[in-house]
Ligand binder design. Structure first.
Ligand SMILES: [Zn+2]
Length: 271
């Protein structure tokens, strides 16, 4: 599953390290050496316009120091380099490495989109020892944005409800999901989304687990719920199809293995 490895140690203050490895992003794409599908080192990056304020400390992992940076243009340090979308790296690179890359991306995306104060448009300053951009004029502060979203697998006897979301990048059947609205609890969001998307009432909500999902800064909170009442009635703008799948049904193609959706469905799959 896509997650930060347990041996990764986050670092907020820059460290003096001989051979740092750098996650360099241009928008959502990561710079890699194509021949080894690995990160560029300091020597590779010497020719790129990476101002020190664009380089953020990330952490220590397996004896190496990692940092994260971003470029306005997709500049390459050499012919052996290229930019790669993170989703295209699922199953190609190690899940733990991609977990660290997801963390790096969210950090630089926060830095890239918080250069100026949203209140008074003054240039923001990074506070020392904190992930916080602060406005020297009005005091407004901006922390990395994290957007909670709920995911719920609805169960009915031996069946589970799987849906194909209209705007899914994968076009596969998965659990229902949606972003929380301001002022909502996760439980309220689950009841609202299930009713809006498929017209069902549920109960017995049980927490399953969570996953940081860097597209671009979601925190997925996964639950199960039991069917209570209603007939499936999909909201066409959100859901292309929703069906009950039981032990005797042909099983559809499931979400990508790195997602918590795959783990949630696999743990409750009727057998
Ligand atoms: Zn301000």
């Amino acid at each position: 599953m896509l997650q930060t490895p347990a041996t990764f140690e986050p670092v907020i203050r820059p460290q003096d390290h001989d051979h740092p490895l750098t996650f360099v992003f241009h928008r959502g794409e990561l710079l890699l050496r194509n021949s080894v599908m690995g990160l560029p080192d300091a020597a590779h990056l010497r020719g790129l316009p990476l101002a020190p304020e664009r380089i953020h400390p990330l952490g220590l992992w397996e004896g190496r120091y990692y940092q994260a940076a971003w470029l306005d243009e997709p500049l390459l340090p050499g012919a052996d380099f290229g930019y790669h979308g993170m989703r295209g790296l699922f199953g190609v690179l190690d899940d733990g490495f991609l977990g660290v890359a997801g963390r790096a991306f969210q950090l630089v995306e926060w830095a890239r989109t918080h250069r100026y104060c949203g209140v008074c448009a003054t240039a923001l300053q990074l506070l020392e020892g904190e992930r916080c951009y602060k406005c020297p004029n009005c005091g407004h502060s901006a922390y990395p944005r994290i957007s909670p979203a709920m995911m719920v697998l609805v169960r009915k006897g031996e069946q589970v409800l799987l849906a194909m979301h209209t705007n899914s990048p994968y076009q596969r059947y998965t659990a229902l999901a949606g972003f929380l609205e301001a002022g909502e609890s996760v439980e309220e969001a689950i009841h609202r989304e299930v009713f809006e998307e498929v017209g069902l009432k549920v109960h017995n909500l049980k927490y399953f687990g969570s996953q940081s999902w860097p597209f671009p800064h979601s925190l997925m909170l996964a639950y199960t719920a039991d069917y209570l009442d209603g007939e499936i009635r999909v909201q066409p703008s959100e859901i292309a199809d929703a069906r009950w799948f039981g032990p005797d049904d042909a099983w559809p193609e499931l979400p990508v293995k790195v997602s918590i959706a795959a783990r949630l469905i696999d743990a409750h799959r009727p057998r």
